[in-house]
Design a protein around this ligand. Sequence first.
Ligand code: HEM
Ligand code: HEM
Length: 178
Amino acid sequence: MSCTQLCDTPERYGLVSRLLHWGMALVLLWQFTSVIIHTLFEKTGIDKFFWGTHKSVGSLLMVLILLRVLWALANLRKRPPAVSKWSITGHVVLYILMFAIPVIALIRQYGSGKAFSPFGIPLMPGFDETDKIEWMIDLGSNFHGLLGWTLLAAALGHAAAVLWHYLRGDRYVLERMK
Ligand code: HEM
Ligand code: HEM
């Protein structure tokens, strides 16, 4: 497969950008399902199943956003032009949130001193929990959930903006990400 299909062009997002966009949207849907079920039905069977995946799936999202940022930067000058200044701002906000949320959670996880193996892959060996690092835990406790819900609102606003463009006849906006 050549770069003409994989890379972005001014006419449309290439295969890699589209896979990252829709793939991450699906994984985020899973992630928010896990938190919404955890909020509404704590300690039920379905909560135990979904919540049990939250940290691992969140770590997967960390890897995906790193790949996505690198790919976006590599394709920056080839991408379809922005619809407006608002759309650039909106996309940058989405990127910042998608990056900051798992970073903050992983910092908290490290600071807790507990060993952490997402999907069974040993990532943090852990240390004596009496030495836990308070500022790391506070950072997570103060901002992870807050920014997480902000991302949900921003993503819904983003999808609504796409729908608005589609309904007013700017169908090219959706077409180039399809
Ligand atoms: C993009 C990835 C992630 C998203 C969108 C996300 C989203 C959220 C949201 C919205 C909450 C708030 C639930 C509430 O208000 O009760 C939450 C809680 C939590 N998340 Fe995540 N999360 C992500 C990644 C991670 C990762 C990587 C970890 C751990 C390594 C993690 C660990 C936790 C924990 C322990 C809680 C419960 C404590 C708290 O509310 O801060 N999350 N997450
Ligand atoms: C039903 C859900 C969604 C629809 C219909 C949708 C649709 C689109 C479309 C049509 C574009 C191209 C806009 C343009 O060229 O100006 C786009 C770009 C983008 N979308 Fe979505 N999207 C959805 C969900 C999400 C989610 C959940 C996120 C992440 C939280 C997201 C993040 C982005 C970002 C960052 C861009 C800029 C291009 C890129 O770097 O990938 N989208 N979206």
